[in-house]
Structure formats: structure tokens, C-alpha cells
Design a protein around this ligand. Structure first.
Ligand code: G3H
Ligand code: 13P
Ligand code: ZN
Length: 331
């Protein structure tokens, strides 16, 4: 069942974070749906209520252009049919104004992100405001971004590092003037596999300051992959050459969720699982060239990984209460 992102946020706020997972292809889609129902090897496996979670599927502009956006929509519609118990929202990740309008008009999306964080403060507000007006007309919600995420290098001084973080006072003004429904905040993370070196990490003090000024307002954490050492090692043992990759420690998700981080974006971790399984498969079966040979174990591994992630986000085991609250029943 496709639901609005707003409904998922209302249920989750301050208690757990909803996993927002990027997909690009069929195997990721199947693994994602299975994992959110506590299944692993097959679509017919019994659903595990203790490991079932509401979730968000994110489609980036890159994903929409990889094959054709109509394939993504068709896959998700098919998954909705094949996994009738799943409760999820469909979200445009890092949209431009034009792509946001296209998604709003399509009737398929639950919410869009307008990423105008590279513009000036006033321009970012104006762009976001235009998208909000169009989206709200059609019942969609809008995620905006304030602050700058980026690669965090050890030689950047603390001041320069802090200068990129979201300013809590600006966040209040931004939300009031733009009318956005959730805000992606720069709180120390960056996209990709190389987030932290040395002592860097999440700036909990900054999250707390933002929450104090915007109580009850859903915050979004981009760049939330944990980049598990285990997967990086598996990739490198199978011929990969990843450097000193590191991500957000998984035990920091829930404390962040308690401070209003309601959506946690994860893409890189799924790519690592993909890369490890495909490398290992063809290393171990050098005469095999069937796409299904790595595809099958990938779907199982990705499903298992999603279930694990949801346990860390606190969303595992919440599916039934989300469904009940959507249907207006006591939870
Ligand atoms: O934040 C970006 C996401 O990881 C999507 O990446 O644009 O390569 O699909 P992509
Ligand atoms: P990661 O690169 O940490 O997975 O972040 C993904 C993301 O923020 C998508 O918008
Ligand atoms: Zn992002």
C-alpha cells in the first residue's frame, strides 16, 4: 500500500526513524520489499511481524534515467501487488525544480525533495516555496535542504566544518518562509562511502539545537549509510580496491531519531552489498555468466541487510501499528 510520507512521519516522529532506501533495478526492489517484511529467500516466505517495517522508496534523478522511469514505476506497482502487506511511500530524492514538477504531476509519488541547497538562502526559500505550492495542491509533501553536505576531510578545520552545518536559527526562518514539510539538515554526514576520518561523527548538539527550535518538525538525515567494515572487506577480498571507508555508526540512528530525525537515507550500503555479492559470485564461479547466479543471493543478502537496518532504526516491528493508525484504529 502506497501511503503519504506525512502519515509515516506522524507515526514515527521522536520514536524511531523510517528507512529511506534508494533503488535502481529489479533485484534491489525485490530485496527491499522482502527485507521490510522480514522475508529473505522468497516472496512466498511467511511475513515476520517482529521484523516488518514501514519504509520509503527513494528514486534519484540518476535512477530515473538509468533505464527509464516507467520501469521503476512499473516495478514498484508490481511489488505493491506481490507484497500486499507492505506499507511504503514513494519519494523523489534530490530533485530539481523541473523534475519535482514532473513527479508531482505524475500522480505516482508520495513526496518530493527539492534540493536547492546550493542556492543562496533567499533563493533556496523561493524555489522551495514554488515547489511546496504545487505539491500541496496535489496532496504531496516536500522535503527541502538547508546547509551543505559534502565530503568531510580531516584537514578541514573544525570551523570550516561547522560552517557547512545547518544553522538552527536559519532553519526556523527557512521552514516558516518556505512552507516545507520536512528538512534535510547538514549535521556532519556526507554522501558515499568515505564519511568520517578520525574523530568526526554526527553533531548531536546541532541536531538538538534544531529540534529545540522546531519541535515536532521532521528532520531528514542524508548520507546515513554505516559502510560496514565487513562488506568493505568482502569487496576488497574479492578484488575490489576500496580505501578507508567509514560511515554513520548504526547505534547513532536511534538517538538521532529521538531528536527528530525521522527519515534516514541509505543508498551506499545497498551498493556495497551489491558489489560484494557480485564480485564474490563471479570470482568463485569463473565459468558462470548467468545474471541470476549473483542476482539470487544478492536479493537474499539485501533483504537480510534491510531487516537488520530497520532493527537499528527502530522501525522493525512497527508495521501493524502503522497500518492500524492509518486505518484509524487504536494502536
Ligand atoms: O544522494 C544521492 C543518492 O545516493 C543517489 O545517488 O544520484 O547516484 O542515484 P545517484
Ligand atoms: P549514503 O550515501 O550515505 O547512502 O546516503 C544516501 C542519501 O543521502 C540519498 O539521498
Ligand atoms: Zn542524499
Amino acid at each position: 500500500m502506497i501511503v503519504t510520507t506525512k502519515e509515516l512521519f506522524q507515526h514515527a516522529y521522536g520514536r524511531y526513524a523510517v528507512g529511506a532506501y534508494n533503488i535502481n533495478n529489479l533485484e534491489q526492489t525485490v530485496g527491499l520489499f522482502r527485507g521490510n517484511l522480514g522475508q529473505k529467500n522468497s516472496n512466498e516466505e511467511p511475513i515476520d511481524p517482529a521484523n516488518s517495517a514501514p519504509f520509503i522508496i527513494q528514486l534519484s534523478r540518476g535512477a530515473r534515467g538509468y533505464t527509464d522511469k516507467r520501469f521503476l514505476e512499473a516495478m514498484i506497482r508490481a511489488a505493491e501487488d506481490i507484497f500486499p502487506k507492505a506499507v511504503f511511500a514513494v519519494h523523489l530524492d534530490h530533485g530539481t525544480e523541473d523534475v519535482a514538477y514532473e513527479c508531482i504531476g505524475s500522480g505516482f509519488y508520495s513526496s518530493v525533495m527539492i534540493d536547492a541547497s546550493h542556492e543562496t538562502f533567499d533563493e533556496n526559500i523561493a524555489t522551495t516555496r514554488r515547489v511546496v505550492e504545487r505539491a500541496h495542491e496535489k496532496g504531496l509533501s516536500v522535503e527541502a535542504e538547508l546547509g551543505m553536505l559534502g565530503g568531510v576531510e580531516e584537514d578541514i578545520s573544525v570551523d570550516a566544518d561547522n560552517a557547512c552545518l545547518t544553522d538552527p536559527d536559519q532553519a526556523v526562518e527557512f521552514v516558516e518562509r518556505s512552507g516545507c514539510d520536512s528538512l534535510a539538515v547538514a549535521i556532519g554526514t556526507s554522501h558515499g562511502a568515505y564519511k568520517f576520518t578520525g574523530k568526526q561523527g554526527l553533531h548531536f548538539d546541532r541536531i538538538a539545537e534544531i529540534q529545540k527550535r522546531l519541535p515536532g518538525f521532521p528532520l531528514v538525515m542524508h548520507g546515513s549509510s554505516s559502510v560496514p567494515k565487513e562488506w568493505v572487506e568482502r569487496i576488497n577480498k574479492a578484488g575490489g580496491k576500496l580505501g578507508d571507508a567509514s560511515g554513520v555508526p548504526e547505534n547513532q540512528y536511534l538517538p538521532a531519531a529521538k531528536l527528530g530525525v525521522t527519515k534516514v537515507n541509505i543508498d551506499t550500503d545497498g551498493r556495497l552489498v551489491w558489489c560484494a555479492v557480485f564480485r564474490e559470485t563471479f570470482r568463485d564461479k569463473p565459468t558462470d555468466f548467468d545474471p541470476r547466479t549473483p542476482g539470487k543471493p544478492f536479493m537474499a543478502a539485501y533483504a537480510e541487510y534491510i531487516t537488520h537496518k530497520n532493527q537499528k532504526l527502530g522501525s522493525a516491528g512497527r508495521l501493524e501499528s502503522v497500518r492500524a493508525s492509518l486505518l484509524g484504529q487504536p494502536v
